[in-house]
Structure formats: structure tokens, C-alpha cells
Design a protein around this ligand. Structure first.
Ligand code: SF4
Ligand code: SF4
Length: 437
């Protein structure tokens, strides 16, 4: 029987805009801007220089650091610039600009075909690393590292909950890329050496549950319909609901014998291992009440938001907010001059009709945020301590670092307090203090 997690909220899912929109591939842009940082870990260093001619799938940036993921050209053409450029999740980032030559030519040796079940685990991990695969749900943790836990694991969970409102990229992949998902999941299980695997999908996507159940029929992989409740797709919640195991405070899923991978990552694993295709494109939902024609798009890494918006017919009304990712955990953007990166699950344009705007006011101690917090924290206190620069107290007495930044507290707060911003600020201050020491 499924377990339940504490707290959580039920925001309107707003998936109706794009749920039935088949994944489309727009014409390629005239240039792409490829950032050196698209993963958790050290940024890569360019291996090319201005004037070089590159092919699609060619490695153009690497790093010597353990925690990194290489970066590939997403189109063929000429490198015309290497400079700091705007980035969707940081202010700016060193980026390689490639001018499209219109040929869309693969680098030598891509694609190819491999019999994945004849490969050794080490070979598979090297292929996944070389392909630049990262967590596609937005977390962008390098996949080869996640698939090499240094603790015993016995369960793989495929996160197909897609609990963020508006986003339907995972949903469409489940309907349209089922075979690649099946292969990617089997490869991940082989690498981890596990025989137990759950595919967790929220029950507001019955069609995806049906397609996945059919696709995994005859295997020991269990497709589970989960109650729709945000943040069902957070790793700790999924693990609790599917296995009744609790990741300890400050711990990782592998501490309780579990590895969690996003369903889109399973597709990336299949493409890398079976076809030799590196991560140069991704499915992104473009949605919101300000978009004229909401869509699910297969976009090359480096395509600008501006180009994407144009392809979707522009704005039907003035957007109050442009968000990279979902409305709960995504990042508000200050410009459309940013490129799609490996973690861009969605691009949303929301008008003032749906954005919870308004002035922040003092906490009225209503307790709604406490009830909503899935981690059992006291978000009101964390926000007050952040506001008063009491970072150490937030960490030591109120479990600051257990916050998963899900935004459930903000969603429920009648005083419109920017709780997550205070929490992020307090975390950053604590980390800076530790670094100084
Ligand atoms: S953002 Fe943090 S404090 Fe707020 S509800 Fe989520 S886990 Fe709790
Ligand atoms: S929901 Fe907002 S107003 Fe209510 S206790 Fe939490 S922070 Fe204070």
C-alpha cells in the first residue's frame, strides 16, 4: 500500500494548455548559445576557439573536475564568439556561440548502434558520462555519478510524477518515447545491479499510466499511479510514498538504498548508450496564459527563449513573469535573451491574472506554511530568521538545510512572504561562512 508524505498542497495543475500537444521540432535557429555550466558541479572549459568549425554532437567543452558533465555542439557551424552571456539560472555564464551552417551535420561516428546488454557496467557509465547526460527534471546532477552510488542500493525509482503545474514534457515523452524509456530504465537497472524498479506517475495523467503499464508489461518493473499532491515529484517524497523509507536529514537517497532518476533522463541514457547520441536537445513545455500557442517542443540546447516565444506566436497578453522551469520551483527571468539548457523543463509566461503578486507583509502567524511544509519545518521562522540575518540559528535550530525549496509554504502564505528567497539567502550565507572557515 502507498504511504503518504506530510503536508503538501494542491495547486491547479494548469496542464490543459499543452497536455494534448504532440512534441514538435521547430526549425533550427540561426545560432545557439551554449553555456559552460548546465549541470551541478564545476563549469566546463571550452575546447574550441573562435573561427573553429564544429559538428553536431562534437564535444566542445570539458573539465578535469570529478563533478561535471561535458558539453557538446547542438548544431553544426562556426564558433563565432566565446564570452560571458546571460544564463537562465545564474546571472551570466561563459558560453560558446555557434553560427548555424544550415547543414545539421553529425560529428564522425554519430549516430551508431550498440547492443547495450553486451556492454560491461564500466563501459556503459563511460558512455553516459561522455554523452553529457544529466538529470533532466531540472536538477541537472550528472547521471554517471548518480548511477555510481558508493553505498548499497536495491531500488531504482523513475520520477515521472511531473508535479509542477503547467509542465507536460515528461507526460508527452511517456506517450511518445515509451520504447526509449523502457530501454533507458533497463540500462540504469543493469548499471545499478538492482532488480526492483518503480515508475511513479501522478494519477492526474491516466493516459501516461496506461501507456507505461503496457510498455513495461512482462517485466518486474512496477508502474505506480501516485496521488496528485505537490511536491510528489521531490525525491524524498517519492521514496517515502513508494518504499516507506525516510531519507535522513542531510542524507541522500542512496543512504536508504535508493537511486531516483527522471523519466527524461531514461531517454537520454537510451540515446547515449544505444545510439551514441549525446545530450544536445531536450523536450521543453512552453506554456502559460500569456503564450499565444502553448506547445511541447524538442529544442536544441542553446536555442534562445526569444526564438522559442516567437515560434509559439508571441504573447497573447502582457506577461507579468517569465519563468524557467515550473511556477513552484522555477526561476524568474529578467530577459528572453537566455538559452535553453539541459535542465530547461519548461518556459512559462504568466500574466498578472495568475501570478501571486503583491506586497510582502509581516507574518501573521497563521500557521498555514507549517501545515503545508512536506519536510516538517517551520517556514515562518526560517523567513523571519533570514530577514533578521540570523543564519546560524536558522541552520542549527530550525533545520534550514532540510528545506527542499519546494515553495509550498509561499503558495499558502496570505502575507505573500518570500519565504524561499529568505531560505536560499540564509543557506548561501551559511555556506559562505563555512567556506571562510
Ligand atoms: S520551501 Fe522549504 S520550508 Fe517551504 S514548504 Fe518547501 S520544504 Fe518547507
Ligand atoms: S503562512 Fe505566512 S503569514 Fe502564515 S505563518 Fe506562515 S509565514 Fe506567517
Amino acid at each position: 500500500m502507498l504511504k503518504r508524505f506530510l503536508g503538501g498542497i494542491h495547486p491547479k495543475d494548469s496542464k490543459v494548455y499543452t497536455m494534448d500537444k504532440v512534441i514538435e521540432m521547430p526549425p533550427l535557429p540561426s545560432e545557439v548559445v551554449i553555456p559552460m555550466s548546465q549541470h551541478i558541479g564545476a563549469p566546463c572549459t571550452p575546447l574550441v576557439k573562435v573561427g573553429d568549425i564544429v559538428k553536431k554532437g562534437q564535444v566542445i567543452a570539458e573539465s578535469d573536475a570529478f563533478m561535471h558533465s561535458p558539453v557538446h555542439a547542438s548544431i553544426s557551424g562556426e564558433v563565432i564568439k566565446i564570452a560571458e552571456m546571460p544564463h537562465a539560472s545564474r546571472v551570466s555564464c561563459l558560453s560558446i556561440v555557434i553560427k548555424n551552417d544550415g547543414l545539421d551535420e553529425w560529428a564522425p561516428g554519430i549516430p551508431l548502434h550498440r547492443e547495450w546488454d553486451k556492454l560491461e557496467t564500466k563501459e556503459i557509465l563511460d558512455i553516459i558520462k561522455g554523452a553529457g547526460a544529466v538529470g533532466m527534471g531540472g536538477a541537472t546532477f550528472p547521471t554517471h555519478i548518480k548511477l555510481s552510488p558508493n553505498k548499497e542500493v536495491d531500488v531504482l525509482i523513475i520520477n515521472a510524477a511531473e508535479c509542477e503545474p503547467y509542465l507536460t514534457a515528461d507526460y508527452r515523452m511517456m506517450l511518445e518515447y515509451a520504447n526509449r524509456i523502457v530501454t533507458g530504465v533497463k540500462i540504469a537497472m543493469k548499471v545499478l545491479g538492482v532488480s526492483k524498479c518503480f515508475i511513479g506517475i501522478e494519477d492526474n495523467k491516466p493516459e501516461a499510466v496506461k501507456v507505461m503499464k503496457d510498455a513495461f508489461k512482462g517485466t518486474n518493473i512496477e508502474v505506480v499511479a501516485l496521488p496528485t499532491k505537490y511536491p510528489q515529484g521531490a525525491e524524498k517524497m517519492l521514496i517515502k510514498v513508494l518504499t516507506d523509507r525516510e531519507v535522513p536529514a542531510g542524507g541522500l537517497p542512496m543512504d536508504v538504498g535508493v537511486v531516483v532518476q527522471n523519466v527524461g533522463t531514461a531517454v537520454a541514457i537510451c540515446d547515449a548508450v544505444v545510439s551514441g547520441i549525446p545530450l544536445i536537445e531536450r523536450v521543453t513545455t512552453v506554456s502559460g496564459d500569456s503564450i499565444k500557442e502553448p506547445k511541447n517542443l524538442l529544442l536544441r540546447i542553446g536555442t534562445s527563449y526569444d526564438y522559442v516565444m516567437d515560434y509559439c506566436g508571441g504573447f497573447s497578453k502582457t506577461p507579468e513573469k517569465i519563468i524557467s522551469g515550473g511556477p513552484m520551483m522555477g526561476m524568474a527571468q529578467f530577459t528572453l535573451d537566455v538559452p535553453v539548457i539541459k535542465g530547461t523543463s519548461g518556459i512559462l509566461a504568466l500574466s498578472s491574472d495568475v501570478v501571486n503578486s503583491g506586497e510582502e507583509s509581516p507574518c501573521i502567524r497563521c500557521g498555514r506554511c507549517v501545515k503545508a511544509c512536506p519536510m516538517g519545518l517551520v517556514p515562518s521562522m526560517l523567513s523571519i530568521l533570514g530577514e533578521r540575518n540570523k543564519f546560524k540559528e536558522a541552520k542549527e535550530e530550525y533545520g534550514l538545510f532540510n528545506c527542499i525549496e519546494c515553495g509550498s509554504c509561499v503558495y499558502t502564505c496570505p502575507a505573500k512572504r518570500n519565504i524561499v528567497q529568505y531560505i536560499k539567502y540564509s543557506k548561501a550565507q551559511n555556506l559562505a561562512q563555512s567556506a571562510k572557515k
